[in-house]
Ligand binder design. Sequence first.
Ligand code: ADP
Ligand code: MG
Length: 732
Amino acid sequence: MDEEGPECGKPDFVLLDQVTMEDFMENLKLRFEKGRIYTYIGEVLVSVNPYQELPLYGPEAIAKYQGRELYERPPHLYAVANAAYRAMKRRSRDTCIVISGESGAGKTEASKHIMQYIAAVTNPSQRAEVDRVKDVLLKSTCMLEAFGNARTNRNHNSSRFGKYMDINFDFKGDPIGGHIHSYLLEKSRVLKQHVGERNFHAFYQVLRGCEDTELRNLHLQRNPAVYNFTRQGAGLNALESDERSHYLAVMEAMRVIGFSAEEVRSVHRILAAVLHLGNIEFVETEEAGLEQGHLEVAEEELVDHVAELTATPRELVLRCLLSRTVASGGRDLIEKGHTAAEASYARDACAKAVYQRLFEWVVSRINSVMETRDRDPRRDGKDTVIGVLDIYGFEVFPVNSFEQLCINYCNEKLQQLFIQLILKQEQEEYQREGITWQTVDYFNNATIVELVERPHRGVLAVLDEACSAAGTITDRIFLQSLDTHHRHHPHYTSRQLCPTDKTMEFGRDFRIKHYAGDVTYSVEGFIDKNRDHLFQDFKRLMYNSSDPTLRAMWPDGQQDITEVTKRPLTAGTLFKNSMVALVENLASKEPFYVRCIKPNEDKVASRLDEDHCRHQVAYLGLLENVRVRRAGFASRQPYPRFLLRYKMTCEYTWPNHLLGSDKAAVSALLEQHGLQGDVAFGHTKLFIRSPQTLVTLEQSRARLIPIIVLLLQKHTLKDNYVPFSDHAEVSR
Ligand code: ADP
Ligand code: MG
């Protein structure tokens, strides 16, 4: 990898002459055009998706970053991975890498490069157990993508879940275990996809990849257009051969991770059962004298398939599809027949839940294999951890629902953490170095987080209240209740509160002013999605399956309907709790940030749409980030590193100084340049206030280097001369 010259723009946005959107965009664009997709803001990495293979990765590139400091090489993910790794090793502190950005911005690819870097630089002694853990870590991505990713209009391999992965390291710095948390799988995709989108990859892989005999055993036909759940995306299939090779890759991953052949078969059976469930339809026949018609399954053969594939009795499957058990008063149970609409609803809820449980089981199965076994007794089990968070970015669609509220709330939480930690880190460093801290103004989005999550009054709490009330509460009443609670909130509005705003529909929409922009949510379906109701009969059915794998996914099916006294937690509350836990977890670690930007909506290489990017730069708060960084000090460097880079610009310091301490030498150097007014001297580091100072130093260095190189070429090298290995770096 070549080093960067000034024609590539500024490698750190902190070095911009002025922090304006225009300057920021200009630098971003210039770098992108030169194939420089990575740029720093201090220690934060900004990454633009190149939508093409760039020669930036692989063992050679990894070797260039291994063991280096962040600024020694051009900005790169490897440098961030390396910094997180070294910080963890040096200080025995847990670190984390938070990757954010909108769908298709390159988060998941970034997380894979980070994992590859870590896998490449660890375990030099090739311990078998460590190798095993690394294999599982790398292969788990392939499996998770099969079950959790889908083609969407924004990204052909879009992660439909949030992922946080901890990698545990022993005292030698080798990975000895890991743990994956998954968040909010978009399970509604099982039932329905937008035009141009597909269901989760796993369905197509099984349809296209299985051998004929297995397919017959699953009662499946190869063509995805045959199934309601896969019909919409059937015309968008990847090449059949690709689908098959993905299928084989997933089979291989499952084998390496340690799934048994029986488990793999169960997984296929469950996928097939979901597809068959989706084709079940109901017919209501009118019966004389009955208030409610008689309900039947249109194609009974499908019930046979579902029963066989889930290893459950056919009669029970049928009963679960057509009716539910309700406790009437005391402990009496009665069977209440579904209407056709209720039956369809219950079937869909079941299909979604079966798939979600399958996904969660896959995650927990991978976790059980990666659990840290090889703890070092000398460390009392105190391993250190690097966490990698790859989670959905801020989302705005033409119609936004409950899922978008959750996702955007998640981004509010992460943004808050970002602000707190970046500021906190700065503050701590200034204290450590004995420098006076100046307060920086920034927009604190705590109030928006509160609006969503606050107990009793927050949007999620009001929604829970609506869900716990008996069936009569509608989405519309929920909206009225929100209006009552938040009519004076500066970040909340609705048509009711602002009748002149015709961009919202009366009785349907509310709007939250998120830090990233305004989002209008439609309350339709909020109560249903939050309640996420699944009849206990289904749970019991699955729990009583004679397939141990399926059974293991349904521990809560053990309960009888009369024992189910407590209402299960709502989807919103579960999500909120998981976010609170996630943020607590991240806050306890030293964070590194990767902010991903999507250059255009068409997924094409070499095109950066300015408007599109400007919006992302704005809502990711990148300009604020630069300002915060600069309002304090644009740059800070340990004295020895500063001298290495600039000592040739001053007669007192070149080639070596005799000034007693590096700090004194740096002071002399700056005085000669007349720059000492713009810096503060910390205990171990020099803090430079304005980027202009750095620019001046850089220019002076750039003028001198060719002269020095010439000198060196002319004269024999003396022992104490510094060899110039390359332009950007001076090594001792
Ligand atoms: P996200 O996870 O943010 O939704 P992905 O990481 O899945 O986005 O990236 C979307 C697509 O963009 C990938 O499938 C790949 O084609 C392309 N892409 C992303 N990052 C890179 C990269 N560093 N180099 C080449 N292509 C990339
Ligand atoms: Mg992704």
